[in-house]
Write a protein that binds this ligand. Structure first.
Ligand SMILES: NC(=O)CC[C@H](N)C(=O)O
Length: 191
């Protein structure tokens, strides 16, 4: 059973992608719901709003604890920002869950290009590149020793994995290509 953090963002699209990848998704809005899932997807959306709502719903600390305890998590775009140990260009009061030893810059591609698509080769994904949908997307400015870079675009890191935590700058849930979700479901099965 894989939860989708349903505070804000493209929750429905992740539900569809996870279902297509063979998982059973559940909405997570409350700590009790978090306790019932084995893994979690953090959708794209707006990380400042997600941060605020996670605090209001009493989820921030429980999320940090579960990630520290090894729960598999996958974050796309705003979800990637939520999984960064440190962010740049965030709001002053913006909190993250953390989990990946990386510095992520919010809206990094956005300054050049609000929204675009590009082919991205991802380590561990076979049968060619995925179509990366970038929407006011962050990039990974730097990663620490424990984090593994899985993909770059235009010289910038756009997919990272550290142990059971996976993050992409782009939105595979919007493409109908479920290979990244299948990769995550595999990670969950092996965890
Ligand atoms: N597509 C997205 O998730 C955009 C992320 C958004 N720019 C943020 O800072 O949270």
């Amino acid at each position: 059973m894989i939860g989708v953090l349903a505070l804000q963002g493209d929750v429905r699209e992740h539900f569809a992608a996870l279902t297509a990848a063979g998982a059973t998704p559940r909405q997570v809005r409350r700590p009790e719901e978090l306790a019932e899932v084995a893994a979690l997807v953090i959708p794209g959306g707006e990380s400042t709003t997600m941060s605020k709502l996670a605090i209001i719903f009493g989820l921030l600390e429980p999320l940090r604890e579960r990630v520290r305890a090894g729960m598999p998590v996958y974050g796309t775009c705003a979800g990637m920002i939520m999984l960064a140990d440190k962010i740049l260009d965030g709001r002053d009061d913006q909190e993250t869950i953390g989990g990946i030893d990386m510095i992520v810059r919010r809206n990094a591609f956005g300054r050049q290009n609000e929204s675009f698509e590009a082919e991205v080769d991802i380590e561990g994904i076979e049968d060619g590149p995925v179509e990366g949908v970038f929407i006011r997307a962050p990039w990974v400015e730097s990663v620490g020793g424990g984090a593994e870079v899985l993909a770059t675009f235009d010289g910038h890191t756009v997919a990272v994995r550290q142990g059971n935590v996976l993050a992409t700058s782009f939105h595979p849930e919007l493409t109908g290509d479920h290979r990244v979700h299948r990769l995550f479901v595999e990670m969950v099965r092996r965890a």
